[in-house]
Design a protein around this ligand. Structure first.
Ligand SMILES: *Cc1c(COP(=O)(O)O)cnc(C)c1O
Length: 596
């Protein structure tokens, strides 16, 4: 019996011999095989979780993501497929992607469209729906990508697209740029996503158990559901789940009612109804989702606390984010885990048994990942980095609150630190084209790199992507994270690092409040969120920790106490990765939200 002839039932996961399968069915141009009539029927008829997200990071070649939110959506889909949770995802096709980044010699960012052609990857479905936009009936179609897991499970992803014959040239561009354009463009996109998405699921005859909104961009779906359910708000609430990702009021998506009336029209729903759920002054997408979802959660415990303060009276829970273990574990560690912890990929809690892996093999896998990264750096920027030097990584969207330049606050102190034991640094990240301070951060890093060039090797890699994130989070020694609390609702890149035994050195914000055991799983920077401190005091303590811990703890442990360092690597895997993964996260969504 050869391996290639075994297929898996997407519902129960049973392995089947292809020649002998009696039950099969076609879906989206692909044939699925089933163990029984029951599973075949369940595949089509079982009500599904409809997971809505403005961005989805499924792989680097499909550039429909800008950062952590989209990658989280991708990990949600990957884990749901592995666990065979019945899910279908809905997003926009974003034909021109987020942006392709080039950086000039002085650190100036240039942006280009990151075009992709969906027909190269996925099939176009024949169904067509319409949404009201500025009095026109804009046609929306869907491209289908089926994410299939080795367990047999499958999650279809619908990429909604308005580039359709019969739409005006302007309307054909609505699904071009992720987070591009002005407020009106964004509203049109959210109409396509929320309202168009619900209509497309209906056109495809898909039964929906719950609508899960990943952030407020898809909240307009609640309005479509109100219409479908005879304005019965309880019916709608019972169908909706909302995950908020933003801890600050100012960052919520909101639209003036005048614009809503111009774009969505005045007869979609009465203005009083919109105001009742979306707020008096603006249509606040977060408030709308909150008011019409029975289950709402923040993405870490700390974020839940802030959200409860922002929205008193709302019952907000916490499901702490995770990352997809297999995706974010480097090939070198996958091999190691396969050898010593078989089954880890679909049962990442087994990583708690990391103690069975010999120290020298952990270190060897790490050195391979590190050398692999340094070769990649050499290819990209022609800088030779030394694999024996303590390497610090920092890569994420370039935006002010993430404070990528905090480590350069006192250059002389940093030079002093570097004299006790050498360090080198790798940065990456894109700034949104309209984020002027974000772009300034990149320029500043270039400037500091130049100022320190004879002492500390510092590189900035262009065009950050999922592939690059995987290389960086597995190939450095220390993953640095210095957001301004409480603005990092979760953060996930540090969880990727932990899966590869890379140690986190981070401000106590978002997930790290739950993940940090000082000196055991990594190190903290600055005060605990329970401490009330002034902005000045916070900064003073953050800088003190940054430099002192580097000089007195991190550098000496790395260079002189390799055994202790490997212990901590092991803890990162066994005490951090075993928990901060999207399998645990999706099992919680399933039991606490989807079954509600
Ligand atoms: C994981 C990931 C992120 C999220 O990084 P944070 O540090 O959590 O902000 C952003 N972009 C890409 C490409 C990623 O893979």
């Amino acid at each position: 019996m050869s391996e290639s002839r075994i297929v898996r039932d997407p519902v129960c996961g049973m392995p089947l011999e292809l020649d002998k399968v009696r039950f099969k069915a076609e879906f989206g141009g692909k044939v699925y095989y089933f163990c029984s009539e029951y599973c075949k029927r369940r595949f089509f008829e079982r009500p599904k979780i409809a997971y809505f997200s403005m961005e989805i990071g499924i792989k680097s070649e499909i550039p429909t993501y800008s950062g952590g939110l989209g990658v989280l959506a991708g990990d949600t889909i990957r884990s749901s497929a592995d666990l065979r949770i019945p899910m279908i995802a809905v997003t926009l096709v974003s034909r021109k992607g987020y942006l392709k980044q080039r950086i000039m010699e002085d650190g100036e960012q240039l942006e280009y469209p990151d075009e992709w052609d969906p027909s190269e990857y996925i099939i176009c479905l024949p169904q067509m729906v319409e949404v009201p936009i500025e009095g026109r009936r804009v046609k929306v179609r869907a491209w289908l990508y089926e994410y299939q897991s080795v367990t047999g499970g499958v999650v279809p992803i619908l990429f909604l697209d308005t580039d359709v014959d019969g739409n005006s040239p302007e309307d054909r561009c609505i699904t071009d740029y992720l987070y591009g354009g002005d407020e009106r463009y964004r509203l049109k996109q959210e109409i396509v996503l929320g309202i168009g998405g619900v209509r497309m699921l209906e056109a495809l005859n898909i039964k929906v158990a719950k609508y899960h909104m990943n952030e407020g961009h898809s909240s307009l779906l609640t309005l479509e559901l109100l219409r479908k359910n005879g304005m019965n708000q309880d019916e709608v609430k019972n169908l909706c789940i909302f995950t908020t990702h933003t801890p600050v009021e100012a960052a919520f998506d909101k639209f003036p009612y005048k614009l809503i009336q111009e774009v969505l029209g005045e007869d979609f729903l009465p203005l009083e109804t919109l105001k009742k759920y979306g707020g008096q002054e603006w249509l606040n997408m977060t408030l709308l989702a909150l008011n019409l979802s029975k289950y709402t959660n923040g993405v870490t415990k700390a974020h839940m606390e802030y959200s409860r303060k922002l929205f008193p009276g709302h019952h907000i829970m916490a499901i702490t984010n995770g990352v997809h273990s297999y995706t974010w574990t480097s090939p070198f560690f996958r091999k190691l885990f396969d050898k010593y912890i078989p089954g880890w990929a679909n049962e990442p809690e087994l990583l708690v048994r990391v103690g069975v892996i010999p120290d020298d093999e952990l270190w060897e896998a790490h050195m391979k990942a590190k050398k692999h990264l340094l070769e990649f750096v050499h290819e990209r920027v022609e800088v030779t980095m030394d694999s024996e030097i303590l390497t610090i990584g920092f890569a994420r969207r370039a935006t002010a609150y993430k404070r990528a330049t905090l480590i350069f606050s006192d250059l002389n102190r940093l030079r002093e630190v570097n004299r006790t034991g050498k360090i080198q640094m790798i940065f990456a990240g894109k700034a949104h084209p309209k984020d002027i301070p974000g772009k300034m951060i990149i320029k500043d890093i270039y400037k500091y790199a130049k100022m320190l060039k004879d002492e500390i090797r510092i590189v900035y890699l262009e065009n950050y992507s999922m592939d690059m994130a995987a290389k960086l989070t597995s190939g450095v020694d220390v993953w640095l994270n210095t957001p301004l609390p409480p603005l990092e609702a979760s953060g996930t890149s540090g969880m990727k690092a932990a899966h590869n035994g890379v140690l986190n050195f981070s401000v106590l914000d978002g997930w790290w409040v739950e993940g940090c055991i000082e000196g055991v799983t990594g190190w903290a920077i600055g005060p605990h969120p329970d401490e009330i401190v002034s902005g000045d005091e916070r900064r003073r303590r953050e800088l003190r920790d940054l430099y002192n811990k580097l000089e007195y703890l991190i550098i000496p442990t790395f260079y002189e106490r390799r055994d202790k360092w490997i212990d901590m690597m092991s803890n990162a895997i066994g005490k951090v990765a075993y928990y901060f993964n999207s399998h645990r996260m999706m099992q919680r969504y399933a039991t606490e939200a989807y079954l509600l």
